[in-house]
Design a protein around this ligand. Sequence first.
Ligand SMILES: O=C(CO)[C@@H](O)[C@H](O)COP(=O)(O)O
Length: 228
Amino acid sequence: MAAVSPKIAPSMLSSDFANLAAEANRMIDLGANWLHMDIMDGHFVPNLTIGAPVIESLRKHTNAYLDCHLMVTNPMDYVEQMAKAGASGFTFHIEVAKENWQELVMKIKSAGMRPGVALKPGTPVEQVYPLVEGTTPVEMVLVMTVEPGFGGQKFMPSTMDKVRALRNKYPTLDIEVDGGLGPSTIDVAAAAGANCIVAGSSVFGATEPGEVISLLRTSVEKAQATTT
Ligand SMILES: O=C(CO)[C@@H](O)[C@H](O)COP(=O)(O)O
């Protein structure tokens, strides 16, 4: 496996939202590479979380890479506001962008963010190949390993076929996994080829979150060393 650098991204959905800035800085101090921000509109998923105003407030307290996952029905409507707010990455769902993904990716790039595409557990991986191979390609594929909407769900091993297929086809692509990742599931995801790891409850629920972050990174590094 080509070594694409591991990025460990605590999901801030599991943090204390009333202390978001402190929680974010604590994660970075403990070794996190990115902060994963779950934007949910209560329509694409049955949960409502945060939007651009919270990203803007958080941006005043950190320079960290804000890896924003848009679980929204109309991602195009969010591009400008998220860019202005200070989002670093903008990952939209293919299920709601089949008709306009080219325009969307270009808009995200021109707004200065890094485009990514996400897919739900039931969505065939082939649907994102054109986005990776396009003239303006996405720079990350997020394979959801639970149904999007809530933290604390059980990891779905069946989604690993998609990660393996992506890694075989695209050795240098950032492949992110999200949902149910922690010490008991990371080795499977790392062996399949994931290098960007989102983890919410396993990090925030740990007595020593820094140890979990470090364990996640070591697992990805070991899997990469075994397959190169
Ligand atoms: O996007 C989502 C859920 O839709 C995730 O980012 C979760 O927040 C991950 O939480 P854990 O499964 O790690 O608790």
